[in-house]
Design a protein around this ligand. Structure first.
Ligand code: G6P
Length: 623
């Protein structure tokens, strides 16, 4: 969702700003633009559509200069048109600003501006109103001031004063034609990071945009403003206090975010799962004590023993991981656990007990609804923990503790490796809490062994990618798909349906298998295949009944099953996708992977833009 890049240094800004935008493409966008200060004026190029279009504009009509800002926009206010693309200018045309987030009171600000002086708005965006407001405050305060050093401070003050009037969320970068080698940034609700280089500095929505240039980063907090020059930067709060931030080392390198030989990031990330699953549990298992060790929770054994209830909250794929977690934690630890859509949880009055622990699950650590749920829980005094992938993300920083996924950068919009890492971590949490209660050493050992065997089993599974591709290609004419599973594999049905929707644009639904007969069966027809997730487990025979119900109504059946399950399904299912046998507790990690591959291969066969599916954003930082 919207991306910002800013550069001030000695190199040509254009290529760096464009390169940064390309690296942020995965966040999702529908238009893009650049503003570079060229001498005494700001040159801007912007257009609706892909960055390739903006690149072409820049190639045809280059903009020269060593400082500037750029942006990818995911439309909220106003359609994705050339006019609405950022950067936006103030009335003077000298100040250019890019913005992520939503200015909720923009209509009122616009009204006031129009009453006070003449303003010509060229777009339908809330951002342009903000640019006009900052520009007006700056122009009024800079009148008659000749000292150029004062202009820098006045520009920062103008932004501060404008933001004090704003209701809403923002990540901002801004330049002014009269103030050389100077960019200003601010954040509230939309992430912004400062990249510290040698004789050059950067601003970006996330570090992947700038990691090719520097791995030294300062993660800004909400209500921070930052004034950035080539060789220095100064952070202050919205209230005007000086900030004291430390520089962190980015964990990954530019190499880690390359596609390598893979045609798509999504495929690369699916194939990374033997390693990412391993990294999620590395150093966190104790065979000696038959339990998990999760120091990042920042809780004593006594506090962990006192946990009476757990709420798992998140959105999209993270929510589905939470649903697997609910089954697992209740099964292993018998601690009452609930999964809540973050967007619902934050606005409702869920009954909570004092001993409730809230987990915010989020790959990016920036999802607005999940962050909102976390903050609301904190406001009410509950202990909140994060399960995040992005180190130093807002959720990771604001929670009382947590568990990092260590899955490495996930660029494909459709989440894959982050899901399996989340599930592994929730298994570790269940194991830890279980072993503090009633779970025996033998049961603990069994879970640990099952977890440790996972990477090799995933390797084995990935070798069948071509077979899964052949199955997927058989269904290119399907009008949609239904997914069914029971128990721990019910959330996998939801996740598999989500993957299919996201990247093939086919209609898909996931259900508990037994719900079939309570309505969904009315949809069954030859053009609508049903995918059953049916390892040969305790509920296999129940699933078999449901499979027969679909078959009787001429619905094609694809079964994801283990070898012994396959033997029982011969002649019943139209297509079989095999997964290695494993303990029920870890089975969801294995059953989801072939379905990630299935969605991927079907999307490719349908010619979809797998890594950048239409309308979707990787990190949704608006409500
Ligand atoms: C967006 C993405 C989904 C993701 C969800 C939650 O909707 O398109 O793939 O599952 O956000 O993201 P998070 O970063 O909080 O895990």
């Amino acid at each position: 969702m919207c991306g910002i890049v800013g550069y001030v240094g000695r190199a040509e800004a254009g290529p760096i700003l464009l390169d940064g935008l390309r690296r942020l493409e995965y966040r999702g966008y529908d238009s893009a633009g650049v503003a570079i200060v060229d001498g005494d004026h700001v040159e801007t190029r912007k257009c609706a559509g892909r960055i390739a279009g903006l690149s072409k504009l820049m190639a045809e009509d280059p903009a020269a200069g060593t400082y500037g800002i750029s942006h990818t926009r995911w439309a909220t206010h106003g359609k994705p048109t050339d006019q609405n693309a950022h950067p936006h200018f103030d009335e003077s045309g000298k100040l250019a600003l890019v913005h992520n987030g939503v200015i909720e009171n923009y209509a009122q600000i616009r009204e006031t501006l129009l009453q006070e002086s003449e303003h010509h708005f060229k777009s339908e965006t809330d951002t342009e109103v903000l640019a006009h407001l900052v520009g007006k405050i700056y122009d009024d305060s800079a009148k008659g001031v000749t000292d150029p050093r004062r202009h820098k401070a006045l520009l920062v003050e103008a932004l501060r004063s404008a933001l004090q009037q704003v209701i809403g969320t923002y990540g901002i970068a801004m330049v002014h034609a009269d103030i050389p080698d100077f960019i200003v940034g601010a954040r509230r609700g939309s992430p912004l990071v400062l990249g510290v280089g040698k004789d050059e500095n950067f601003l970006a929505s996330d570090v992947s945009a700038i990691v090719a240039y520097t791995r030294d980063a300062v993660y800004l907090n909400d209500f921070d403003l930052v004034a950035v020059e080539r060789d220095k930067f100064e952070i202050s709060s919205l209230a005007g206090e000086r900030g004291n931030h430390s520089i962190s080392k980015v964990e990954f390198t530019a190499e880690d975010i390359k596609k390598g030989d893979y045609p798509h990031y999504m495929l690369k990330e699916i194939f990374e799962q033997p390693g990412s699953v391993c990294d999620a549990m590395r150093g966190r298992l104790s065979l000696e004590e038959c339990t998990a060790k999760l120091g990042g929770l920042n809780m004593t054994p006594a506090q962990l023993r006192d946990v009476g209830r757990i709420v798992l909250t998140g959105c999209g794929t993270a929510l589905h991981a939470g649903m697997v977690g609910e089954y697992l934690i209740e099964q292993l630890a018998q601690v009452p656990t609930e999964v809540e859509y973050a967007s619902e949880f934050r606005h409702r009055n869920t009954p909570m007990t004092r001993d409730t622990l809230v987990f915010a699950i989020s790959q990016s650590g920036e999802t607005a609804d999940t962050l909102g749920a976390l903050r609301e829980s904190q406001r009410k005094g509950y202990r909140t923990l994060g399960v995040c992938n992005n180190v130093a993300s807002t959720i990771a920083r604001e929670s009382d503790g947590g568990v990092y996924m260590h899955a490495g950068p996930e660029i494909g919009v459709a989440a894959t490796k982050s899901f399996t890492s989340q599930v592994v971590i929730l298994t570790l949490i269940g194991l830890l809490l279980g072993r503090m209660r009633h779970l025996s050493t033998a049961e603990g050992t069994c879970i640990i062994e099952a977890l440790e065997a996972l990477p090799e089993k995933i390797e084995q599974l990935l070798k069948t990618s071509d077979q899964i591709k052949a199955v997927a290609q058989k269904y290119v004419d399907a009008t949609g798909m239904l997914f069914f599973g029971r128990q721990l594999n019910f959330p996998i049905a939801l996740e598999a349906a989500l993957k299919l929707k996201e990247i093939t644009y086919l209609y898909a639904e996931g259900h508990p298998s037994a719900e079939l007969k309570h309505g969904v069966i009315a949809l069954v027809k030859p053009e609508l295949p049903s995918v059953f997730i049916v390892p040969d487990d305790a509920v296999f025979s129940k699933n078999l009944n449901n499979i027969e119900q679909v078959r009787a109504r001429k619905g094609p059946i694809i079964a994801v099953t283990t070898e012994s399950g396959a033997a029982k399904l011969k002649g019943i299912a139209d297509d079989l996708i095999l997964v290695p046998d494993a303990d029920d507790a870890v089975m969801p990690v294995l059953t989801v992977i072939p379905l990630q591959l299935f969605a991927y291969h079907l999307a490719v066969a349908l010619g979809r833009d797998v890594d950048k599916p239409r309308n979707l954003a990787k990190s949704v930082t608006v409500e």
